[in-house]
Ligand binder design. Sequence first.
Ligand code: ADP
Length: 226
Amino acid sequence: MELINIKNLSMNYSGVSVLKNVSFTIESGDYLVIIGGNGSGKTTLMKGILGLKNVEEGFIEYTGIKKVQIGYLPQTTEISKGFPASVYEVVISGMLSNIGNRTFYNSDDKRLAKESMDRLGIGHLAKKSFRELSGGQQQRVLLARALCGDRELLFLDEPVTGLDPEITEEFYSIIKALNDSGKTIVHISHDVDRVLNDANKVMKLKNEIEFYGSKEDWMNRNFKEN
Ligand code: ADP
């Protein structure tokens, strides 16, 4: 089932074009890896789909999902890792986009936060201070935050940056398990060779789409080029 249809999308910052004529669809169950050099527009594309940045041309149709069902794990540089809050507080803050005009979290929000912590095996850390955790644990907490609520689609922006190889592997397996359990994944990564083990589609961006297709087509294409 199609979740999102993106057609002829163009985006810019202060008149400087960052993305041109981007068209693709996100289907339920996909694991799409997005690659491309620094400044190629990967993060901007995610922000456009999340509604965090204006789109200049083209359109984004949410055909099989609501925007609030998209969870987002931003790049590490955008998150204050020294934030003085407990693990539980960080996770439940993932509900902020859903609570609308309510002033307080209700019992459903609290239940969903607990479920999200349990799913990622961090329930026992609930009362710990976020800033005292290891990098790998912090990243799990932020993934639990992104998943908190009724999220069907998960956007991950270079989620393993700065993690050591073992913790990185563990994080990749968590993402794969989420995909196997039915979540749709869009993952910006520098490590296409590794992420391709788990992904089914690839997009290569350089302000325009240089490649978009199945993992098999991507591998055949590389094979022909080499
Ligand atoms: P990527 O994620 O592929 O590294 P980005 O989408 O972050 O690329 O950035 C694409 C281009 O947009 C870059 O040239 C970057 O400098 C520019 N850019 C990103 N964010 C901003 C911003 N907030 N203001 C102005 N320019 C920006």
